[in-house]
Design a protein around this ligand. Sequence first.
Ligand code: ADP
Length: 163
Amino acid sequence: MIALYPGSFDPLTYGHLDVIERAAYLFERVIVAVLRNPSKTPLFTVEERLNQIHRAVQHLKNVDVDAFSGLTVTFARKKEASVLLRGLRVVSDFELELQMAQTNKTLAAEIETIFLSTSTEHSFLSSSLVKGIAAVGGPISHMVPQHIEQALRERSGPKEDMH
Ligand code: ADP
């Protein structure tokens, strides 16, 4: 069974990676799909994010990385994925995620959305939180892989003295 994991991944965090690693164990193949979303202004370009994710999932042989635009279910069908994978962190994720899953079901009845809950140590993590901390030079090494930390440091302002 092929699972498609769609998202912005601006940037990928250890929370995302945790979901990907667990999905790689459950599914034959996992495709991490970066949405080209013209209505959002990302910190990293889609190509930068694709490279960042590629490096982070190198150790997982059944994980591919791709970009898409348009409907997620259309891309899932093109990739022959029968599962859409989403992560659930906190209760506030639930309402929108349920609405999206139900909408996608009306668009493509043969595709199921499956949710993986976060491991507790990652439940607080979001890309925007990481960007916010990086912007003021705060510590993020426990939140993102090293090469993404480096990229965030290069893109964000000067380092604040934390001591
Ligand atoms: P989107 O803009 O589609 O929400 P994100 O990159 O923010 O894109 O998230 C992609 C998916 O990963 C979503 O299902 C989101 O709930 C999940 N996710 C985000 N952060 C975490 C985390 N810390 N742990 C587990 N899942 C997460």
